[in-house]
Design a protein around this ligand. Structure first.
Ligand code: NAD
Length: 705
């Protein structure tokens, strides 16, 4: 959406009233607060992910005395308004909360006051009260909303935001100068409400909007009305404006943009992942392309973002990577990545040095989060995919704010000391310290071939359980779609990507890796697993059968490994390749010469690659399964019948036969193979390469030597 769109589009910018009286009639007062919160939070035009909060002061029954007391229901720490449930609200006795004022000793009192909020808890509610609690508790109104709508922040981040607020809203909406969120701001809000009893809300400079009313419905409608008035005003006033200057870089075609992203993102990822691995997200929506293509890109980006939430998500500034797509090659752009990141780190370190205070937390990761490339779009990187995507969404909010502010006034970022004080707030640091230890594969990306099959899908699940993102490749479209559906249901759609790949085709293989590169920013783990099986006496084995085994199990593994090597080399942070071999690669089996020979070639390829990869940190290992019948599609076809004939038994009896044949007398399942895949993919096996792990319940003929 663009503020400079034609007038007839104006109404489409306005937020529709989604309050349904029939739904509301069935809800209790706390549920009405939740209903309002979900309605507001699920629209990104109203507030950003995890941003904003809502509250209601409601009567409640004290569990000990049975007496009616006033309870503050306010969105608690963490979570997101759009998706929160009732347990996302903190509940505080208003009487106790009011009594906290005696601990106030001036603007820096939050370190003392925030831990005391827990002492006001009503009904043993475990949800922690957030730093924004006083912005609700101190405002003497029954229902309060605090939102971060782009249109309002555009006004709040304009050089003359006070005058603009007055021009749009007259005396209905007040204006308060920037004060960091916390108790002090709560007091200022209280003072404002007392002095302006008729006001419907207040704009907070460089921050957002506060609105209030007597009921949940009235509060919702008031919030919407104020946002819509600002949106309409801004739209009208910015008509014909060019807030980003004239276009200096036209967008490349969608396909070309992805190609460039796939080439550049692994370079960025490699440069910023030395301490902890990062996952990338690529965004090339109209809003982003308009901003990165404008002549004012560099100066506007340098001003930094303004809403306090943004600093924590996006850092104070993005990194602009200059690119003249019409005249320059991707190699020229690539050459700018490392120097650009190094300069950014230096700039960030001097910002830290300039702004740090006594007792500030140590400097955090100095790498950029947001990368802007003219004609191409925006890359964002974080330790997991959802955080990277959300950082991108936040920067789109920042772009919308800059577009609006620069159309009607001069955009102003927050002074860097204020930005720093939010970024390095000790309360924020404490939150970071409380975060659970990352999973072993957090920030990792794995590509799995034959991923829709038994062992491939079990491996995907195992790696995802440990925090990895997955690019699932298979030749069978239907099976791939079913696998995708089931993984997304279990792990969410951020972390799964699928791609049709025939491992015998060079173009399809490079396409699969490109997909991983632009979807997640690169790759750490490659599980080469695609396979078939065939069995026939050698004199009856056709050349086509022989060739098919060689194509998939030998050439296919070469093509996949070659592409993985190229990508790993461009990232320059090593990598792990796991081949799914077979017991038959080591121990010959009668009547399956084509399969056994192709698997033996695959095994030797792994050893050769282990030699080549070691100097650059690429490990190559093999898992040799045997007789994994459950879940395997190989065992649903001809192979099972041929094997049954070989052992003079029925297909149903096969699993028992293999189990009894094994040394440990146990069946082998896809999850057992996946466990070995996880070990070889993870840092637990950081010092192993050229190895084979047999997962076959014990088979003396296949002992490695
Ligand atoms: P599976 O049939 O369930 O899975 C194999 C997958 O590979 C299938 O989804 C199939 O569509 C895919 N595939 C086939 N040809 C492909 C191609 N050209 N390009 C891309 N994908 C292709 O079988 P599984 O048991 O899960 O086998 C996985 C691997 O394990 C294979 O390499 C197999 O040789 C090996 N293996 C399996 C067993 C066993 O008993 N199941 C034993 C030893 C080795």
């Amino acid at each position: 959406m663009s503020w400079s769109q034609p007038a007839q589009a104006a109404s489409s910018h306005l937020i529709e009233n989604r309050w349904d009286d029939a739904v509301a009639a069935r809800l209790s007062a706390p549920q009405l607060l939740l209903y309002r919160s979900n309605l507001l939070g699920s629209d990104k035009r109203i507030t950003n992910y995890g941003g904003g909060n809502t509250s209601a002061k409601l009567p409640g029954k004290d569990p000990l005395t049975g007496q009616e007391v006033e309870v503050l229901w306010v969105k608690g720490s963490g979570g997101d308004l759009g998706t929160m449930k009732l347990d996302g609200f903190a509940t505080l006795y208003m009487e106790k909360f009011r009594a906290l004022e005696r601990f106030y000793q001036g603007p820096a009192s939050d370190t003392v006051l925030v831990p005391l909020y827990a002492h006001c808890t009503f009904d043993l509610n475990p949800r922690a009260a957030s730093i924004d609690t006083p912005l609700h508790g101190l405002v003497d109104r029954a229902h309060v909303d605090h939102m971060h709508p782009d249109a309002l922040i555009a006004i709040a981040a304009s050089a003359d935001s006070r005058a603009l607020t007055k021009e749009i809203f007259g005396d209905e909406i007040g204006w308060l100068p920037w004060v960091r969120p916390g108790y002090e701001l709560g007091l200022r809000l209280r003072e404002f409400v007392r002095a302006n009893p008729r006001a419907r809300g207040v704009v907070l400079e460089a921050h957002g909007l506060f609105t209030w009313a007597d009921t949940s419905k009235a509060c919702y409608e008031n919030t919407l009305d104020i946002i819509n008035r600002a949106t309409a005003w801004l739209h009208e006033r910015s008509r014909g404006q060019k807030p980003f200057g004239s276009i200096t870089a036209s967008p490349l075609s969608a396909e070309r943009r992805r190609e460039v992203a796939a080439a550049i993102m692994p370079l960025i990822r490699g440069a910023i992942s030395s301490n902890s691995r990062k996952v990338g997200h690529f965004e090339d929506s109209e809003a982003v392309l308009e901003f990165v293509g404008g002549e004012k890109l560099a100066p506007l980006a340098a001003l930094g973002t303004s809403c306090p939430d943004h600093f924590l998500r996006t850092k104070i500034w993005p990194l602009v990577l200059p690119f003249d797509a019409a005249r320059e090659s991707v190699d020229q752009l690539a050459a700018r990545v490392r120097p650009g990141i190094e300069q950014y780190r230096e700039r960030y370190a001097s910002y830290y040095e300039r702004c740090k205070r006594e007792g500030s937390p140590k400097m955090r990761d100095p790498n950029p989060v947001v990368y802007l490339v003219p004609g191409v779009g925006m890359f964002t990187f974080a330790t997991d995919k959802a955080t990277a995507r959300i950082a991108g969404e936040f920067y789109i909010n920042a772009i919308n704010v800059m577009r609006g502010a620069a159309s009607v006034s001069t955009y102003r970022g927050l002074p860097e000391q204020e930005a720093f004080d939010i970024e390095y707030w000790d309360l924020e640091e404490a939150k970071l310290q409380r975060m659970p230890k990352p999973k072993p594969l957090a920030g990792r990306v794995a590509l799995i071939t034959g991923g829709a099959g038994g062992i491939g899908l079990a491996s995907a699940r195992r790696l995802m359980d440990e925090g990895s993102c997955i690019v699932l490749c298979d030749i069978d479209r239907d099976a791939l779609a079913a696998a995708e559906g089931s993984l997304k249901k279990q792990y969410g759609s951020d972390v799964v990507s699928t791609c049709w790949v025939d491992v015998t085709r060079e173009d399809a293989v490079s396409n699969g890796f490109r997909e991983g590169a632009w979807k997640f920013g690169g790759l750490d783990i490659c599980v080469s697993n695609a396979g078939i099986a065939s069995a026939s006496p050698v004199e009856e084995t056709s050349l086509a059968t022989w060739q098919k085994n060689m194509d998939i199990l030998s050439t296919g593994y070469f093509l996949i490994a070659r592409q993985a090597f190229q990508l790993f080399k461009s990232q320059a942070i090593g990598g792990s390749i796991v081949f799914i071999g077979s017991k038959n690669a080591l121990a010959a089996s009668p009547g399956a010469a084509a399969y056994c020979t192709a698997k033996a070639a695959e095994l030797h390829l792994a050893r050769c690659l282990a030699l080549e990869g070691a100097p650059i940190g690429i490990r190559v290992n093999v898992v040799n399964p045997d007789a994994v019948l459950r879940g395997s599609r190989i065992w649903q076809g001809e192979w099972a019948q041929q094997r049954a004939a070989q052992y003079k038994t029925s297909v149903d009896e096969l699993e028992a036969i293999y189990r009894e044949r094994s040394l440990l007398k146990r069946s082998v399942y896809p999850e057992d193979v996946a466990e070995a895949v996880f070990f070889l993919a993870s840092e637990s096996s950081a010092k192993s390469t050229g190895n084979i792990i047999n997962v076959d319940a014990g088979n003396a003929a296949a002992f490695t030597r």
